[in-house]
Design a protein around this ligand. Structure first.
Ligand code: FIX
Ligand code: ZN
Length: 447
């Protein structure tokens, strides 16, 4: 009898010990099947993300900072859907003041039909997140709620709700509405980091070289003579002003590299060397066909499949440059994964724009995990209106939880149990440390 009692005591102590250890660290114990999902969800929810690509602006950018219900409703994704549902002429819509544009979109997409599209559900999710009514009467109450918010505290609250610690902006040094903010030195913010966006230089030089001359650089229409070194000087001086975390460009599906075009030459001879010197990654966002329907303005862009051998050439021929790449076409996603397996100076990121829908995010993320493990950046929000980070990141967390859980269950089934620490390390890598390794997030003083 005494032997039995001692054995029971010993087993109980051991059990209690391991249970308490697992409880304390929450990471020691191998997770049982059902605990994997709840742990993955909890880790995704409690890990602050770095949002590596948005069109948001820091509070000091004044009218460029978009927030509140009227901006949420007049988002170009919803405008495109509005023109489909309403049959209204875009010209009539653009002639309306913002508030009436928002009224029209609310009536058409949120009253006369169920807001079941990804973008319209997003608005409902934001209203819900602020405890506002979501039925068809919601618009006026939402307007007075957002009107009552003070920008700085509202921005903090929204980033906390989305559990996003750092937002990366999109900054165009040739945008007449934006560059004055940088020139008068009012732009910096610790949580809003800049990106040097170069579409006007690499894609539409003919329309914009004179803006560079106007800023005091000796370039010409053919980008000849001193133009390359002047563009290099332009980049270095904007680097000092903006402290960008990377340089970037959106490129059409027809983008080729190498190419003797002005854009191809400037990329090779000015941008990539500057990125090497500054140890900045260069981001290529490939596949947007601009303004296929110009009447929809910013909502008029479409997608095209690209020939991604441009990436093969860039990664192979410029091994000391690093390339952050997102592709717009669904058909290009698999190729991008394969190129990432061939070139460690290529980091795939995000499910961009027309592939940022749960069904396609799931497909892309599954194949990336199967082919790249955790060596990719799953998502960015591309938010244009502040509160969009709330629903876009909630959607990402919701879509990724079952995918990650299933992969851990498969791993456990194959013979390797997972712990909370494993899951935390992987989620941190996917949504933080990959970005920290590829973006220059050092503050200006540390550069
Ligand atoms: O080029 C880009 O950064 C795109 O994301 C935008 O141009 C696009 O309009 C957008 O908002 C996509 O979500
Ligand atoms: Zn974008």
């Amino acid at each position: 009898m005494r032997i039995w009692r001692r054995r029971v005591q010993r087993v109980t102590t051991e059990l209690l010990k391991s249970a308490s250890q697992a409880a304390i660290s929450g990471n020691g114990g191998i997770l049982a099947g059902p605990d994997i999902s709840s742990t993955v969800e909890h880790v995704l929810a409690t890990t602050p993300f770095i949002d590596i690509h948005t069109h948001l602006f820091a509070p000091s950018f004044g009218k460029l900072v978009l927030w509140g219900i009227d901006e949420l409703l007049t988002y170009h994704y919803l405008e495109a859907e509005y023109f489909r549902h309403s049959g209204a002429s875009p010209e009539d819509y653009w002639a309306l003041p913002k508030r009436e544009q928002a009224d029209a979109i609310w009536r058409t997409l949120f009253v006369e039909t169920s807001p079941i599209s990804e973008a319209s559900r997003g608005v409902i999710a934001v209203l819900q997140a602020f405890g506002l009514p979501t039925d068809h009467t919601a618009l006026e109450e939402a307007r007075s709620f957002f009107k009552a918010q003070s920008p700085d505290s509202h921005i903090q609250r929204v980033l906390q709700m989305a559990n996003v610690s750092t937002v990366v902006m999109t900054n165009d040094p040739l945008d007449p509405d934006e560059f004055p903010f940088w020139l008068n030195g009012s732009a910096g913010h610790p949580q809003f980091r800049a990106v040097l966006r170069l579409d006007r230089i690499l894609c539409t030089w003919h329309d914009h070289w004179q803006s560079i001359v106007a800023q005091g650089y000796n370039v010409d229409a053919q980008a000849s003579g001193a133009s390359v070194s002047e563009v290099r000087r332009f980049l270095m001086e904007w680097y000092a002003r903006m402290q960008p975390v990377y340089m970037a460009c959106s490129l059409p599906p027809t983008f080729e590299f190498p190419s003797d075009s002005i854009g191809g030459r400037l990329l090779r001879d000015a941008v990539l060397p500057a990125c090497r010197e500054l140890r900045l990654a260069f981001s290529l966002m490939i596949g947007a066909r601009k303004l296929v329907n110009p009447r929809l303005r910013i909502g008029g862009d479409a997608v095209g499949r690209a020939d991604l051998r441009c990436l093969e050439n860039l990664c192979r021929d410029f091994p000391s440059n690093r390339f952050l790449v997102s592709v717009l076409s669904r058909e290009n996603q698999h190729e991008l994964c394969v190129f990432a397996r061939k070139f460690s100076n290529l980091m795939p990121f995000g499910c961009w724009w027309f592939v940022n829908n749960a069904s396609i995010v799931e497909e892309i993320t599954r194949e990336r995990i199967e082919m790249l493990g955790t060596s990719f950046i799953p998502q960015h929000s591309d938010a244009r209106v502040l509160e969009q980070v709330v629903y876009k990141w909630a959607n990402t967390r919701r879509t990724l939880a079952p995918i990650l859980s299933e992969n851990y269950r498969l791993l456990a089934g194959d013979g390797r149990g997972v712990t909370r620490a494993d899951i935390q390390r992987d989620v941190t890598r996917l949504f933080r440390s990959n970005a920290e390794a590829w973006l220059d997030l050092r503050p200006a003083a540390a550069r």
